[in-house]
Design a protein around this ligand. Structure first.
Ligand code: MRU
Length: 358
């Protein structure tokens, strides 16, 4: 199945070539496919902040390449480049707060940096670490896709109506996607009747990105407003909600795009299974529960305006862009290390002690 999945990998949003990071600009998809080149750590941080690149694993991968760009400039400046590079780590770490993959990738780069010895080629070693982070995310996606499909097959068998939220696809990762990776693989296995996609207000990751990815592969996709989800669960035979994650706390609470929590509550009410698909780089065992996860709030203009046109009178608007789904609403967390059913602290701890499966 792995080869079949690899052959189905069509969209790539991150490319490291000619010594620069190239990002498929997610602000203008699906109608424009524009590549944005980053030549410095600050440019990568800005691309993350502006959501030119978005999605937890993709943010982490980009930040790793950002460190390589930072190191190249600091080495060229001369002086104590390791000390100077700290400013680049900081600017990258400050770009967005919720996806822990960002901090995980920066830590990996920092650890690699610490192991560089006199006489080594620091740039080559840092570049190879960033490429390794990118490649291992692609591999993890394929493993998770297989594990997720096994769960769908085991629990329901025939063709399913699935619902997803936000974009946890190729655009949000190093390759095949997390939640969308499972959905793609399930489609290839003949297990999907239709995928319902929440439009995902206000940034429209669902309408602009997920629907585009799925339709591009001929997967039957139907878009709905976020607030239709409960109604669709009741009337359209939805059997699974499948989503990604930005940070998973040690007790299994999951931070993901705003609206995920209400989907989980509704899924529980309607007997719909709830699957979270995320690489272990999204798991933050340092945080006891979801209450400790920093949740980003973005500018109120995302709500007050549509395409630059004011749509609300002069009122305050609150724009939290992530929420926390409590572990007891989650049926499965699928990672490249294995599957956790009904997550809790003990199960998450056991999972994190395991090696990756492939
Ligand atoms: O604000 P975004 O678009 O970066 O939010 C992305 C999500 O919430 C995704 O579901 C999550 O990062 C998982 S991506 C594999």
């Amino acid at each position: 199945m792995r080869e079949q999945l690899l052959a189905a990998e069509k969209v790539q949003a991150i490319a490291w070539r000619d010594g620069a990071l190239h990002l498929l600009d997610q602000r203008v998809l699906p109608f424009e496919e524009t590549w944005h080149a980053c030549h410095s750590a600050a440019a990568v941080a800005e691309a993350i902040r502006l959501m030119i690149v978005r999605g937890a694993p993709a943010i982490g991968i980009s930040a790793a390449y950002g460190v390589v760009l930072g190191a190249r400039a600091r080495l060229a400046e001369g002086g104590d480049w390791r000390v100077a590079l700290e400013a680049d780590f900081k600017v990258l770490a400050d770009s967005r707060p919720t996806a822990v993959n960002l901090f995980w990738a920066l830590n990996r780069m920092r650890e690699r940096l610490a192991r560089i010895k006199e006489g080594d080629d620091p740039l080559a070693l840092l570049e190879s670490e960033a490429l390794g982070i990118h490649q291992s995310d692609r591999d993890a996606n394929l493993t998770m896709a297989q594990l997720g499909v096994d769960l769908i097959r085991k629990h329901q068998g025939n063709q399913q109506n699935l619902l997803t939220h936000c974009n946890a696809g190729a655009l949000a990762t190093g390759g095949f996607g997390t939640a969308l990776g499972v959905i793609r693989a399930a489609y290839l296995e003949g297990l999907v009747e239709r995928v319902y996609v929440d439009e995902t207000r206000p940034w429209l990751q669902g309408s602009r990105l997920t629907a585009w990815e799925l339709a591009g592969e001929g997967i039957p996709v139907c878009l709905n407003v976020d607030s239709a989800a409960a109604h669709l669960m009741k009337t359209r035979g939805i059997t699974w909600v499948i989503v990604g994650a930005d940070r998973i706390a040690a007790n299994g609470d999951v931070a993901n795009k705003i609206g995920t929590y209400q989907l989980a509550v509704n899924a529980m009410h309607h007997g719909v299974r709830f699957m979270v698909v995320a690489p272990s780089s999204t798991i933050d065992m340092a945080l006891e529960s979801g209450d400790d996860i920093p949740l980003e709030e973005r500018d109120a203009s995302e709500l007050l305006e549509l395409n630059g046109q004011r749509v609300a009178a002069g009122v305050d608007a609150l724009n939290p862009v992530f929420d926390v789904t409590p572990a007891d609403l989650i049926d499965f967390i699928v990672t490249e290390k294995g599957v956790v059913e009904r997550p809790d602290l003990a199960k998450m701890t056991r999972l994190m002690c395991r090696k990756r499966l492939h």
